[in-house]
Design a protein around this ligand. Structure first.
Ligand code: TNX
Length: 746
């Protein structure tokens, strides 16, 4: 409660904070007196001949047109002098500000955006755009003076276009919204085991073969970016001050390239472009011809991407093939290396030397940090932040991209509408509270930390809409951690600024997640009806309000405020949404409180029996809600079930392809314990170790691609409440079975 009072006080004292919604929060804001009226009469002035100022002004017009239907004229009549008309917004050059810094001065008659650089002018325009709440074409901007510059130079997102590919239009749109979060690096993961997505003119099979795979369901999947498309995207990114850092992964994650050109292989059999997730063991060999191939590929990459840094992957290169290959072993001896890690270090070194001749530095995943690594190589830390700590201590620049802290392939809440991904929750607040500063580091080491990045691995993000959902609004939290000084970051204040940001997402048609605000329901039956408890991830009760209706109408800021569990008659339709003041922060949610709502628990409501590799996976056949399953152990706990009346059990299940490469861990998965040819769902009482109380054969579901409801059964009567363990016994690894929902009662 004390925290809430402080929030309210802050937003009253600093009205700009609540109303404007500038994300990331500017470094310094000094409130002024009065306000500037923006409207169709406002004129934007840029110095004649200043193309950067003109570009920034045009971007401001574009943004306000989009979100406020406000299309202001730009005039170049006034040169870079102190005099101007009243009610104008002037862009100005000023010497002495940092590379991305700007100043924004709002006075009652005049707004001035000044910067030394093109990026500074651009970011000044973006901040000014956000000072006007989205919606109306007229409004007031409070007088203030903003001095702003980023804490970190590298504020990035990684997009994996190899596992699933996105259209060039999507990439451009992503660059655009990144820019207005002041994110400035798009690390583009273009090659992997499951696809090679970049046209290389010298090696056409990379895309004619390497860009295509056959999915477990038999469909062909793939595509690639032509060099013309890439050039177009790179040009666009430059206008948004986003650097695209391309990644060509090597020596591992190379299956697609090896499938296209088998002479690159260090294994015996030629692999196909993979449709399996996980870590594959195919590596490039270390023959001179292979380095020539890679140099040729990188020559075209360097030609396409002006980035001074090129990503060469280096992650998860399991050395089984290298160790088994007489050819690789012979080279290793010839070069005088004792172990395969030294050989990877040599590999990295050769590529680094080649790129240096083309004027570029390498960046790689933290596995490339090996003795002898060239000093200008940058380390991207994904094994937590330890890679960055070691790198900085060794004098290397580093970027923080830790798993799981900034891995946006994790779901953001336990709500049933989260799209496929990793089961572990990485909430908006988790990202916001990510602490990039390592107190144990010296100033010199700290200076090596270029910044931070979140990664969008797309194994489970099959569509562009899902990529947006996983990225937004967590990218807004990332942007603030990367840009704003720690002292300016306040979680409740960020949430308030996020509500207008959501309106901007809507104006741009972005499918953002409202998971932080969305109502969640817990339902149980009582003697008086159905008891309903509502909650939200952001602790709506102390922060905002959940408001609901029971008459079928949409909830509004005037609807009843939820404050304590409700008891409602069976059959009630409840609709609810979370509000901050009068602003709606979540999408509306609804639930019919019928008998099924009480009885049914789905895989999201149940507890996984173990913590192996937890995923949210879609079953075949147009299923829209993914199933929560630990692929190492498909098993769920259903707790506190009344068995005294020998209840009926109904379960719905789906077969899922087991297309994972997990090496020796596969032997840990329990299979071969089935009693019937297709296997069965076993019900154990009081834990999983007891003999099965009942089992539901899977024969009825074996031929259906999607979810099948198994024939109901009765469980034997046992007095009292018990914890049930529901697990699959199966004859073989593939298919894997998953539980969709279960109903136990009457
Ligand atoms: C590990 S992080 C990988 C990726 C996967 C990711 C899934 C890294 C450098 N490699 O290949 O997509 O886990 O979370």
């Amino acid at each position: 409660m004390a925290a809430r009072a402080a929030t309210l006080f802050l937003s009253l004292a600093l009205p700009w904070a609540a109303r404007s919604g500038v994300i990331p929060a500017p470094a310094e804001v000094i409130p002024g007196v009065g306000s500037f009226n923006v409207g169709p009469g406002t004129v934007i002035q840029v110095p004649r001949g200043d193309r950067d100022a003109s570009a920034a002004a045009h971007y401001l017009v574009e943004l306000w047109t989009r979100t406020n239907a406000l299309e202001l004229p730009i005039s170049t009549a006034v040169a870079n002098s102190g005099t101007a008309n009243a009610d104008s917004i002037a862009f100005r050059r000023r010497r002495g500000l940092g590379p991305e810094a700007y100043e924004l001065d709002v006075a009652p008659q005049r707004i001035t955006v000044s910067a030394s650089s093109a990026a500074g002018l651009f970011y000044g325009a973006v901040t000014l755009w956000q000072l006007l709440p989205p919606g109306s074409a007229t409004g007031r901007i409070a007088a203030q003076s903003i001095h702003d510059a980023p804490v970190y130079a590298w504020r990035g997102l990684m997009l994996d276009s190899a596992r699933h590919m996105q259209s060039p239009a999507f990439i451009r749109s992503m660059i655009d919204w990144m820019a207005w979060h002041k994110l400035n690096v798009l690390h583009w993961h273009l090659t992997d085991d499951q696809g090679w997505r970049l046209e290389i003119r010298k090696y056409p099979r990379l895309t004619s073969v390497g860009a295509w795979r056959v999915e477990p369901n038999g469909e062909r999947y793939g595509g690639f970016y032509s060099q013309d498309e890439v050039r177009d995207i790179v040009r666009f990114a430059a206008t948004r001050h986003v650097q695209i850092v391309p990644e060509i992964d090597m020596p591992g994650h190379a299956t697609a390239a090896i499938a296209a050109y088998p002479t690159l292989s260090s294994g015996t059999a030629t692999p196909r472009v993979s449709a399996n997730w996980g870590v594959l063991n195919h590596l490039f060999n270390v023959e001179p011809e292979t380095f020539r191939f890679l140099d040729d590929v990188l020559a075209e990459v360097v030609d396409l991407f002006p980035s001074p840094i090129i990503h060469i992957g280096g992650d998860e290169a399991v050395k089984d093939e290298w160790q088994a290959s007489p050819q690789v072993r012979a080279r290793e001896r010839e070069l005088g290396f004792q172990n395969p890690d030294a050989l990877q270090a040599y590999f990295t070194q050769r590529i680094g030397t080649y790129l240096a001749t083309r004027g570029r530095r390498i960046i790689g995943w933290d596995e490339i940090l090996q003795p002898g690594l060239r000093k200008d190589a940058v380390i991207m830390s994904w094994h937590g932040v330890s890679g960055a700590q070691l790198a900085a201590a060794a004098g290397h620049d580093a970027v923080l991209a830790p798993d799981p802290g900034l891995y946006f392939d994790h779901r953001q809440s336990t709500l049933p509408n989260e799209p496929p991904g990793r089961l572990r929750v990485l909430s908006l607040e988790d990202v916001y509270r990510f602490a990039p500063q390592d107190p144990a580091q010296s100033d010199r080491e700290r200076a090596h930390v270029l910044g931070l990045q979140a990664n969008l691995w797309t194994e489970h993000m099959q569509t562009e809409e899902r990529v947006q959902w996983m990225a937004l609004p967590r990218a807004a939290a990332l942007a603030e951690v990367g840009w704003s000084p720690a002292a300016r970051r306040r979680w409740p204040d960020f949430l308030e600024r996020l509500v207008p940001q959501f309106a901007r997402y809507r104006a741009f048609g972005l499918n953002y997640a409202d998971s932080a605000f969305a109502p969640a329901a817990q339902i149980s039956s009582t003697s008086d009806g159905i008891s309903l408890t509502l909650s939200a991830q952001v602790d709506a009760v102390s922060f905002g309000d959940i408001r609901y209706t029971l008459d079928g109408t949409q909830p509004s800021a005037e609807s009843s405020r939820y404050s304590a569990p409700l008891t409602l008659p069976q059959g009630t339709l409840i609709r609810a949404a979370t509000f901050l003041g009068s602003e709606q922060a979540s999408r509306p949610w609804e639930k019919r409180l019928d008998a099924r709502a009480v009885l049914r628990r789905d895989s999201h409501d149940l507890e996984p029996c173990s913590d192996g590799i937890g995923l949210l996976l879609l079953a075949g056949g147009n299923q829209s809600r993914p199933l929560a399953v630990d692929i190492m152990n498909p098993c769920w706990m259903d707790r506190g079930i009344d068995l005294s009346k020998g209840p009926r059990i109904i379960a719905a299940v789906a077969p899922l392809p087991f297309n994972y490469e997990i090496g020796a861990d596969a032997a840990k998965i329990r299979v071969g314990d089935a009693r019937t040819p297709q296997g069965e769902l076993e019900i154990h009482v009081d834990g999983c170790g007891t003999p099965a109380l009942a089992f539901l054969p899977l024969a009825a579901a074996a031929d259906a691609p999607g979810v099948t409801t198994l024939p109901p059964q009765r469980l034997p009567a046992l007095s009292g409440r018990h914890d049930l363990c529901l697990r699959f016994a199966r004859p073989r690894l593939n298919p894997m079975w998953a539980l969709d929902w279960v109903e136990i009662g009457e």
